[in-house]
Write a protein that binds this ligand. Structure first.
Ligand code: ADP
Ligand code: MG
Length: 229
C-alpha cells in the first residue's frame, strides 16, 4: 500500500441549482520521499484537493489514506491529533501569530499535542537554524521580511516531523529571488527528512524541480498535457 493513497476523490459543493463539482474522481499515490508539483489554472480545484488530502475537509466521495490510516473514519479529536502529527502545511499566506516570537511560532504545533518538551525547543531551534533564522528567534512576525516569515512557516510545518508536507502556492507572495530560495529550501528539507511533498505552484521552475508534475484541469488530475517549459 502506498504511504499516501487518494482513491477516487470527488468534491461537490451545494448551490441553489446543480451542485458544483470541483473535483472529479481524483486518484493519486505517493510514497516516502516523493515530491509532486500540482499545476493548473485558478479555480481548477488545487486548494480544494490539498484541503482534502490535508484532512481539513472531507471528500464528497472516495477516500484518502495516509500511512495506512483512513482519516475519514476518525472522530474529531482523533482526526485533529492525526493531522497535527502527520501533516505539515505551508500556505501562500504564512498565518503566523503576530503576538508570538519566531521560536514560539515554530513551536505552535507541539503545543496542540500537549506540553512543549525540551527536545521540541531544540528541534525548533535546529529547524530555524536550517532555514537561516538562528539570529531571529525573538523577533515578532512584523519584524521580518516576507521570505523570512515563510521560512518560519516552513519550520513550523516540519516541527512534528510530518510524513506529508502540503504547500499551497508557498512562494506566491514573494519576489522571484526570494521565491527561488524558499523553493530550494523546501526541497532540501524534503530530501533530508524524506517526507512526501505536494506543492501547488504557478512556478514552472519550482514544478520542474519535483520528481513528478501533475495538472488539475476543471477538477480532473492528469499528467501535464503541454510541456511546462
Ligand atoms: P484553485 O486553488 O485551483 O484556484 P479552488 O480549489 O480554490 O481552486 O476552487 C475550485 C472551485 O471551487 C472554484 O470554482 C471555487 O469557487 C469553488 N469553491 C471552493 N471552495 C468552495 C466552497 N466552500 N463553496 C463553494 N464553492 C467553492
Ligand atoms: Mg488555490
Amino acid at each position: 500500500m502506498p504511504e499516501l493513497l487518494v482513491d477516487c476523490v470527488s468534491k461537490e459543493y451545494p448551490t441553489r441549482g446543480q451542485p458544483l463539482c470541483v473535483l472529479h474522481a481524483v486518484s493519486l499515490e505517493l510514497d516516502r520521499g516523493d515530491a509532486v508539483a500540482v499545476v493548473g489554472p485558478s479555480g481548477s480545484g488545487k486548494s480544494t484537493l490539498l484541503h482534502i488530502i490535508g484532512t481539513l475537509e472531507p471528500p464528497s466521495s472516495g477516500h484518502i489514506s495516509l500511512g495506512g490510516e483512513n482519516p475519514g473514519e476518525m472522530d474529531e479529536s482523533a482526526l485533529a491529533r492525526f493531522r497535527n502529527q502527520k501533516i505539515g502545511f505551508v500556505f501562500q499566506d504564512h498565518h503566523l501569530l503576530p503576538q508570538c516570537s519566531v521560536l514560539e511560532n515554530a513551536l505552535i504545533p507541539t503545543v496542540a499535542s500537549g506540553a512543549t518538551r525540551a527536545e521540541d525547543i531544540q528541534r525548533a531551534k535546529d529547524l530555524l537554524h536550517r532555514v537561516g533564522l538562528s539570529d531571529r528567534l525573538d523577533h515578532r512576525p512584523a519584524e521580518l521580511s516576507g521570505g523570512e516569515r515563510q521560512r518560519v512557516a516552513i519550520a513550523r510545518a516540519l516541527i512534528n516531523q510530518p510524513a506529508l508536507l502540503l504547500a499551497d502556492e508557498p512562494t506566491g507572495n514573494l519576489d522571484r529571488t526570494t521565491a527561488n530560495r524558499i523553493a530550494e529550501l523546501l526541497l532540501e528539507l524534503q530530501q533530508a527528512e524524506q517526507m512526501m511533498l505536494m506543492v501547488v505552484t504557478h512556478s514552472v521552475r519550482l514544478a520542474m524541480r519535483m520528481s513528478r508534475q501533475l495538472e488539475l484541469d476543471q477538477g480532473r488530475l492528469t499528467a501535464p498535457t503541454t510541456p511546462l517549459v
